[in-house]
Design a protein around this ligand. Structure first.
Ligand SMILES: Cc1ncc(COP(=O)(O)O)c(C=O)c1O
Length: 360
């Protein structure tokens, strides 16, 4: 359930846009939003503070990969447990996603797995994912990038406000309406590499660079625009309130699920941060929990399921790594996303937890 600015919080920006007669193409409100996000990230501990807006995280990922100028058809490691856009961006950039397993506690790809894969199957890039909005531990990826020379692009789509980005990495965040930092549609690329970001931004504007209207590289139209930038600027001002509302819901869930300790697992580290969505794992019980909650009138989501290689259009993707998809396949038997948004009451959360408890 989106938590976005009310119309009254947007009025001044809408007036400004109308007066400016400037609606897209890197306008003044977009520039202010980028500046505000650079500061936002810096305040959160990021040292990569070059920021660029895109029409979505998916186009941001694709255009950064294109701007990296990787060898066509090269293999890019992605986790099998992720939102499909991670792999789609790789394919749309003319590269081949290969699927690796995730860690059994953090439910994300590890640099250890990437190293094992790279030794067998040379990679041109790796895309770790901030799974379900859980921040990735970046030092392992800085070391991997340093040691192998293979660039790391972090798909942090769901983790804006949670994920730090160090100077030597590039990350892409989503501003989709359902994300904690929702705007509507949009992507935010954060990098320490200003030239890389400049090339990707040029690709988002048809590949124009230098003299207006002259194509220097084969781009597309993936710009963000002033409407969304206005929502984004208003969202910066209400971020702390958004966080507070989500923290309250998370605390209530953790409290009530505590009694199911042996039967329900949550992603390691949840509580130290506020995730974007709230999947729980109960071995072999995902469908049963989903059904019991549906019968009680409560919606669930099978976030990141099916695994990428079980989507009809992605079945051909190669699985790599020493243990195939052992952990991911195990998680797939029991992951189910509970309702997780700012407008749940304590009694809603009580109901959900009671039904989950009965179902297991
Ligand atoms: C891990 C991951 N990558 C990419 C995306 C795509 O983001 P967008 O909708 O902004 O293209 C999402 C969206 O949910 C996501 O969760």
């Amino acid at each position: 359930v989106p938590d976005l600015p009310a119309p009254s919080e947007m009025t001044a920006l809408a007036e400004e846009m109308y007066t400016n007669r400037w609606y897209t193409n890197f306008g003044p409100i977009n520039a202010r939003f980028e500046e505000a996000m650079s500061e936002f990230l810096e305040n959160g501990g990021s040292t990569a503070t070059e920021v660029g807006t895109f029409s979505s995280a998916t186009t941001g990922l694709e255009l950064i990969l294109r701007a990296m100028d990787l060898p066509a058809g090269g293999k890019v490691l992605v986790p099998a447990l992720t939102f499909p856009a991670t792999a789609l961006a790789v394919m749309n950039a003319g590269l081949e996603p290969v699927l690796g397993d995730v860690n059994s506690e953090s439910w994300d790809l590890s640099a250890e797995t990437a190293l094992a894969v790279h030794a067998e199957t040379p990679l041109v890039a790796v895309m770790p994912v901030s799974a379900f909005g859980r921040p990735v531990e970046t030092s392992q990826w800085q070391a991997f990038q340093n040691d192998t020379g293979v660039p790391v692009l972090l798909d942090a789509a769901a983790a804006l406000g949670q994920q730090n980005v160090p100077q030597d990495l590039t990350a892409v965040f989503s501003l989709h309406a359902t994300k904690p930092f929702g705007v509507g549609e949009g992507g935010l690329v954060v990098s320490g590499d200003g030239d890389l970001l400049k090339r990707a931004k040029s690709l988002s504007n048809f590949g124009f660079l230098g003299p207006a209207g002259v194509v220097q590289a084969v781009g597309t139209n993936a710009k963000f625009g002033e409407y969304y930038a206005s929502v984004g600027l208003a969202q910066v001002d209400r971020w702390q309130e958004v966080q507070n509302r989500r923290q309250r819901v998370l605390d209530q869930y953790l409290d009530k699920l505590g009694s199911l300790n042996n039967q329900v697992t949550i992603q390691a580290g949840v509580g130290d941060h506020i995730p974007a969505v709230f999947p729980i794992f109960a071995e072999g019980k995902g469908e049963a929990i989903h059904k019991a909650l549906a019968d009680a009138g409560v919606q669930t989501r099978f976030w990141y399921l099916p695994l990428l290689n079980n989507h009809p259009a992605l079945r051909h993707l190669k699985v790599v790594g020493p243990d195939a998809l052992k952990v991911s396949e195990h998680l797939a038997t029991g992951l189910v996303g509970l309702p997780f948004h700012a407008f749940l009451s304590e009694s809603d959360i009580d109901t959900v937890c009671t039904v989950v408890s009965e179902a297991i």
